[in-house]
Design a protein around this ligand. Sequence first.
Ligand code: FAD
Length: 337
Amino acid sequence: MDNGPPPLADVLVVGAGMAGAAAARLAADAGLRVLALDKGRGPGGRLSTRRVEAGGFDHGAASLQAQGEDFRGWLAAQLAAGHAARWGENWVGVPGMNALLTGLLEGIEVRWSSTVAALDRVSGHWRALDAQGQPLAGAERLVLAVPAPQAHSLLTATAASAEWGAAGSVLLAALQAVRYAPCWAGLAVVEHVEGRAAPTCPDAAALAAAGLAAMIREGSKPGRNAAGHWVVHADADWSTRYLELSAEEAAHRLRSAFVALTGIDDGAIRSFGAHRWRYARPIHGLDPALAGAIEGLALAGDAVGWCAEAGTPPAEQAWRSGREAALRLLAARGCLS
Ligand SMILES: Cc1cc2nc3c(=O)[nH]c(=O)nc-3n(C[C@H](O)[C@H](O)[C@H](O)COP(=O)(O)OP(=O)(O)OC[C@H]3O[C@@H](n4cnc5c(N)ncnc54)[C@H](O)[C@@H]3O)c2cc1C
């Protein structure tokens, strides 16, 4: 395993969701060669947009909130560039949420459908390995921007072989303590039936009574071609209780709730699918001081530095953590004055 190819980049980013993309952008803008690997087929992560025959669904985050001036400013720049739009008080990517990442990753080499199964460090360089132990890429600096349980499993073997000692043990324990709330998302396509009103959103009390957190009419967002598309988010309790259901069974239950709450005829539903997000939003984050505890490695992601009291929206936290990870690596490399 020591005879991998020479490093291909100055910075290797594993995971090109909001956090990894923000890190990649900042490092590339500072003049570094950046290579990102992501197991997905295209940009999104938890800001994914699923394309179906008749338009799309934002089946992860439905919209973004902005708390800090820096994130608000970045979203305003995305709006000016045509990647974002306002949706009430919130922000959405256009034509789908994943457009926010497409904009961030412009000009950056990303290898999609590249699942990293292990990481190792050889002669001061990080390498990402596939399931067969073959090197996918390498670099002196690594931004690891995947959810904490996945970061934990990728780093466990490395920690043992790299003899990180106490710092490695503390980091691994802290990664293991990170917690996320899951979310089952139901995706409905509703046929317009002549003479019948379109379904409308029930109020918050009715949603909560059914175990739902939100019901979103995709066509109400700007720049969408999504007439008849609805996304239903189960709340954290419902999602936790039914976490291990099959997608078919979860879809069946969410469909019943959707029909009962909107009063529509079940026959008007053309399709109804479900997607499970095992790690939708952080509920217990990682101490940001640990994110740079290991030389040449910076951790990023919505859980890094997230704390419930601050109330920072998770996607904003992901964006900021990615930028901070890149800044940390740049500083360590002497790229900052
Ligand atoms: C249903 C739902 C609703 C939400 N609502 C909101 C909201 O209203 N407001 C808000 O702020 N946030 C919301 N969020 C959370 C928000 O989407 C996330 O905080 C944010 O997108 C996280 O970005 P990230 O880069 O940290 O992680 P991710 O988006 O999870 O990115 C991680 C990336 O790593 C890749 N990856 C993982 N493992 C590997 C591997 N082994 N090899 C290669 N690649 C790998 C994945 O494919 C993914 O692209 C919501 C999320 C969900 C699911």
